[in-house]
Design a binder for this molecule. Structure first.
Ligand code: ADP
Ligand code: MG
Length: 333
């Protein structure tokens, strides 16, 4: 059978069912943003890995080596943020084709160094290989968290409010700019391209939400709401309704969707790589979360919908029409 017919979601779900952890120290195996292991009484170790493949995730012509280093580490850090953890140690494995120079690799590490410094990380290992054609990067990152503060994908409850910690869609618009599908003036192109190649891992945001102990579930938005909210819903056994008029967009995005033939909504739902966080919180605790957030950090929180009974994800469009979102966000197959 072709993997396309199964789809990435079902493929991973099958693996999750088959490989249930058999060690009591494993608090979470397959199925969340990171695996979680019990470390000491009340602390847990987080571990996640992601691959970054030339011509699948990036094109050498679109991104500088520094930005590539920054982004490959940033997207891994985002998964630690999604659990509410603090990142600690990094392993970097590379498959390097002949066309990649030593200077390129040095600059690639320089980009990672920005984040290593910012989050006080230790790079403690990896692997180096030759590749015939494409540059392949694999990063493993560990983190720590208090066991009872970790936020999983499976904790969403009916009536929870769905909040996101940033504007949506800018990064996937940046991809269309890089692909030459969209042309704007240079300020706009720079803004969208920057959203794509320099995502900021929301470690502090994730930590503040987790420490508050009032949220019920969390995920980072890597594949678009249509996919990432679906992860929350499937794992929590709930449905969701979101409202088109509540989806937050940057001024740049609002501007281009008025003047160009661009669907900001499609970018937000199906685009991905926003790397902000999606959180669910009970209606009673929502204001408390807003207060905690605004007293500790300068990042906005936006309510976009709520968790409901059932298993559908629906959107109420500005026209008033209510539609089931059946299409997925980004999937590899
Ligand atoms: P994210 O987008 O947050 O990085 P993924 O969709 O990549 O999450 O992965 C979801 C879950 O599936 C994670 O627990 C991940 O470790 C697991 N996973 C993904 N691919 C595989 C695989 N080939 N084998 C085992 N587990 C996998
Ligand atoms: Mg994730």
């Amino acid at each position: 059978m072709n993997l396309m017919e199964i789809g990435e979601f079902a493929f991973i779900e099958n693996l999750r069912k088959k490989y249930q952890p058999n060690d009591l120290d494993i608090l979470k195996g397959i199925g969340d943003d990171t695996a979680v292991f019990l470390k000491e009484n009340d602390t847990a170790l987080l571990l996640t890995t992601d691959m970054f493949i030339e011509n699948i995730h990036f094109r050498i012509s679109d991104i500088s080596p520094e930005d590539l280093g920054f982004k490959s580490l940033s997207v891994n850090l985002s998964d630690i943020a999604a659990m509410g953890g603090i990142p600690k140690n990094v392993f970097v494995s590379l498959a390097i084709p002949e066309k990649i120079s030593y200077e390129f690799i040095n600059n690639f590490y320089r980009g990672m160094d920005e984040l290593i410094k910012q989050f006080n990380l230790s790079l403690i290992g990896g692997d180096t290989n030759f590749s015939r054609n494409d540059f392949v990067i694999n990063i493993v990152i560990t983190g720590v968290a208090k066991k009872d503060e970790i936020l999983y994908r499976d904790g969403a409850k009916v009536k929870d409010k769905i909040l996101v910690t940033g504007y949506l869609g800018d990064s996937s618009c940046g991809l269309d700019v890089c692909n030459g599908k969209l042309k704007f003036n240079s300020n706009y192109e720079k803004y969208f391209r920057n959203a794509l190649i320099r995502p900021k891992p929301q470690i502090n945001e994730g930590k503040i939400i987790a420490e508050s102990k009032i949220a019920n579930s969390m995920i980072d938005l890597s594949d678009g709401i249509a996919s990432d909210l679906r992860h929350i819903c499937l794992q929590s056994g709930v449905g969701a309704v979101i409202f088109e008029n509540l989806i937050p967009y940057s001024d740049f995005m609002k501007d281009i969707s008025r003047s160009k033939n661009v669907s900001a909504l499609d970018y937000a739902l199906y685009g991905g790589e926003d790397y902000c966080l999606l959180v669910t919180v009970s209606p009673e605790c929502k204001n408390e979360l807003y207060d905690v957030f605004s007293s500790k950090i300068n990042t906005p929180l936006f309510e976009i919908g709520e968790i409901v009974k059932g298993d559908n994800i629906e959107i109420v469009l500005n026209s008033g029409e209510r539609k089931v979102i059946s299409k997925m966000g980004f999937q590899h197959f």
